[in-house]
Design a protein around this ligand. Structure first.
Ligand code: MIG
Length: 822
């Protein structure tokens, strides 16, 4: 393959798999067990290693044209020591079988082909008999059988159809502003996907950071394939059978998102650029005077001196410390953009120390590689090297001391303006932690390693606090270091729907902390489009509006008085839901299960809705159906099995069918699972303005009174002390019958205690007035009590929606509430 000097565009047009001469594996000549769960096989001039890592996880490595495997290092894998599973081995004339309790790997001997079976012996996934694992020159590829009814999901940030069947897609981190649904590849590479068939799923993670591609039946109808232009075949097979199990094991393998600071879940306002400092102050003041909640303001590239990272433009930002102190007093955190390119300028400190420390990527002749980006000619830090990552991390101390609280890593594909490949020359040399190698072989992990250097550096400079980093480029496992947004989108309805698809796909690919530029980065949205996009933003973990430099202002109050009211209400709702949203993010950090869950994730057996990417659950209890069409004021929603309450009307719907609900311009349709309880709080102007008080728990009883549980999580929101037990976790158990409902809020687990406050239960009861309410077995009085009189208990019926409202002081001990209608 001679494409090293071609542009990416030309590269993508080359049907590389068609012109190659593929050599697949011949018969097995010999084999050797390295341990009870690992077998090494030689077949002709090839070597293959099959390693059962866990009951549900197998790693396959293969060099089709070489007799030895490499060192097998990975930029993504963080868990290497798996407790060896119990594996039974069976050898016959035709095959070698390794069987764990949940899967069987069958290695055919003539020729060497691999299949995966479930414990019942059903075939789950198999090498294509003709091709299997193959090599052509440096390229490697795996062909698999593609059953006619198998569907594919995942692969992270991809704009095309949510189900990847029938598509060809590549992984090569690329900066493509105003990309469309057919633009591929984009900024991030997560080479991990699900195959779903007959309601059961398996997963494959192809761990290769070079240019790679995935063909799900575009090349041929009965086979699919994945491969890369260099490196080894190195993939992991997750036998599932649920997407949840697969994602849990995948994120155990590559790492999970750390618990984000609570403020980063507030509303974030960005544009290219808020400058000079008076404009930043003006934006901050507008949020406060208009009573629109906001936690974060961004500084885009113009805060710097000539785009030199780690500097300030002294004319536009004469006293950054003062600005940042004032903004902090008003409750704003400021996030600054940091690009990778370091301007070549001998009077610039970061360049001088980078040069002196030999921290830049070099050309093959050893000289520093240079390319043009915003500052002009730049050198590029070699983030693949630990020494350089440490050096990079130290550069943040000035900005940290000025009061910057978050870090926006942009342009880290990396994007380069003036090279034919639009990135670092493919033959340039990285001095990686694993030895020297070319940019081509490391391209897709460059951005992720930049976020790693940023995250680790800041964590060291601000010990005990949770860093917030946002990135454009990434690789599998990147969620450990940064949230991710979907790059330079456009203010159009098509892009709006695409943003949702992309966020859902990233979510099931291991990255839960996702969002898109609300309203669109390029172009100007109508008031309607902005309002609808902002509403979706309530349910994307990253809720950030942004705009390109040449566009008119796009802040939430720029669309006329009517929309200002609507947008304020939307952001208010985000803040009211923060206790729930924070809990959902805590669950994602602990388990890898994302906040945004497409329908296939928890309902892979629902074949009709497998491809559905216009509605999703947020956490386990909210079903969100944003309005994605211009002019629409109704929305059709596929309710999964169970019962669902309409948030806006309180109407209870039976699930397992499609319903149509009203969706006027000020409402995003969403539903609460019957049996759930949603913790909410008072609206604040920023997350740390006031402690949660009252904590209001919205209780949505199950109509048949089945027992359900909800978990509430709280901590101080910024520090790492939760790791030492300083958190507060409580479980609310609901049980009941037609005549009664019992709520038991468990005593606190963990040692974090909020200041004294009120606790309110709002129980939807379809207007039925209870005969008796008892609190901790004492009869409670029917009277209305304002939340400020904390020491008294009482209950009343809410006039508006007929909810029973019960108030008591929150002593974080166990509360038992009994409501009886008889
Ligand atoms: O070449 O920093 O995606 O969010 O505003 C453009 C300026 C560079 C691209 C980012 C965008 C950001 C812009 N950047």
């Amino acid at each position: 393959m001679q494409h090293r000097s071609l542009t990416i565009a030309a590269l993508l047009l080359l049907p590389c798999t068609l012109i190659a001469q593929w050599k697949s594996l011949p018969d097995v000549d010999s084999l050797r067990y390295e341990n009870g769960a690992t077998v090494l096989l030689h077949a002709g001039k090839s070597v293959t290693r099959v390693q059962v890592l866990a009951d549900d996880l197998v790693r396959i490595r293969c060099v089709p044209g070489g007799s030895a495997l490499g060192a097998g290092f990975s930029w993504a894998v963080v868990k290497r020591d798996w407790k060896p599973p119990v594996v039974r081995r069976l050898e016959t004339d035709s095959a070698i079988t390794l069987a764990s309790t949940t899967l069987k790997v069958v290695i055919g001997r003539r020729p060497l082909r691999i299949s995966f079976l479930d414990s019942a012996g059903h075939l789950v996934n198999a090498d294509h008999p003709g091709k299997g694992m193959s090599q052509s020159g440096n390229e490697i590829r795996v062909w698999k059988i593609m059953p006619p009814d198998e569907h594919y999901f995942g692969l992270g940030e991809k704009g095309g159809s949510f189900n990847r069947r029938g598509s060809h897609t590549a992984m090569w981190n690329s900066d493509i502003p105003a990309y469309g649904p057919d633009t591929d590849p984009l900024y991030q590479s997560i080479p991990f996907f699900y195959g779903v068939r007959e309601g059961k799923a398996y997963g494959i993670f192809f761990d290769n950071p070079a240019w790679s591609s995935f063909d799900f039946g575009k090349e041929s109808r009965n086979q699919y394939s994945f491969g890369a232009e260099s490196g080894e075949i190195d993939y992991y097979f997750f036998c599932g059978p649920t997407p949840r199990k697969i994602l849990s094991t995948f994120t155990e393998l590559v790492g999970r998102m750390p618990l984000p600071p609570r403020w980063s879940l507030g509303y974030q306002q960005c544009r290219w650029s808020y400058t000079p400092e008076s404009r930043v102050r003006e934006i901050a003041e507008s949020f406060r005077s208009q009573r629109i909640p906001c936690d974060v303001i961004y500084l885009d590239i113009d805060y710097m001196e000539g785009y030199r990272v780690f500097t300030w433009n002294a004319r536009n930002f004469p006293s950054p410390e003062r600005l940042l102190t004032d903004l902090a007093r008003d409750g704003f955190k400021v996030v600054a953009i940091i690009d990778p390119g370091i301007k070549i300028d001998s009077s610039y400190a970061a360049y001088r120390s980078g040069e002196a420390g030999n921290h830049f990527v070099s050309r093959s002749d050893g000289t520093v590689f240079t390319g043009d980006v915003w500052p002009g000619r730049c050198a590029f830090p070699d983030f693949t090297n630990q020494r350089t990552r440490t050096w990079w991390g130290e550069q943040f101390s000035g900005l940290v001391h000025s009061g910057i609280k978050g870090w926006w890593n942009d342009m880290n594909e990396p994007s380069v303006f003036n090279t034919p490949t639009r990135t670092i020359d493919l033959a340039a040399v990285h001095r990686t932690d694993f030895g020297p190698s070319s940019h081509a072989g490391n391209h897709n992990i460059y951005g992720m390693q930049m976020t790693r250097a940023t995250f680790e550096g800041v964590r060291k400079l601000v010990p005990g606090e949770r860093p917030f980093v946002l990135t454009r480029a990434s690789y599998a496992g990147g969620q450990q270091f940064a949230a991710a947004w979907t790059g330079d989108n456009v203010a159009s309805w098509e892009h709006f729907a695409m943003a949702l698809r992309m966020c859902l796909s990233m979510s099931i690919s291991g990255q839960p902390f996702v969002g898109s530029d609300i309203g669109g980065f390029l172009g100007y949205p109508s008031g309607e489009l902005f309002a609808r996009w902002l509403q979706l933003g309530i349910f994307t973990p990253l809720m950030r509006a942004h705009s390109e430099i040449n566009e008119p202002n796009k802040e939430p109050w720029e669309y006329g008085a009517e929309f200002t009211v609507i947008n304020r209400e939307t952001i208010n709702l985000r803040y009211a839901l923060l206790p729930y949203i924070y809990g959902v993010m805590q669950e994602a950090a602990a388990t890898g299960i994302p906040a945004m869950r497409p329908m296939m994730f928890d309902n892979p057996t629902d074949l009709i809705n497998l491809d559905e990417s216009t509605q999703f659950t947020f956490g386990s209890d909210l079903l969100v159906a944003p309005v994605l069409q211009q002019g629409a004021v109704k929305r059709r929603v596929n309710l999964p099995a169970g019962f669902w309450y309409d948030y806006w009307t309180g109407v209870l719907h039976a699930g397992g069918k499609e319903v149509s609900v009203d969706a006027p311009i000020n409402r995003i349709p969403f539903f609460i699972r019957a049996g759930a309880a949603i913790p909410t709080q008072q609206v604040v102007q920023y997350t740390s303005e006031a402690p949660v008080d009252p904590l209001t728990i919205l209780v949505y009883p199950h109509p048949s009174g089945i027992r359900t549980q909800s978990v509430f999580y709280e901590d101080d929101g910024t520090s790492l002390r939760f790791q030492k037990g300083e958190y507060l976790r409580r479980t609310l158990t609901q049980s009941g019958s037609v005549d009664s409902l019992t709520l038991v809020l468990s005593a606190a687990e963990g040692i974090y205690r909020p200041a004294s406050r009120s606790l309110i239960f709002r129980v939807l009861s379809a207007g039925k007035t209870p005969k008796r309410v008892t609190l901790n077995n004492m009869s409670s009085n029917r009277r209305e009590i304002s939340p400020s009189t904390r020491q008294e208990d009482g209950w009343w019926m809410d006039e508006k929606d007929g909810a029973i409202t019960i108030r008591c002081p929150d002593r974080t001990d166990s509360v038992r509430l009994a409501i009886s209608y008889r």
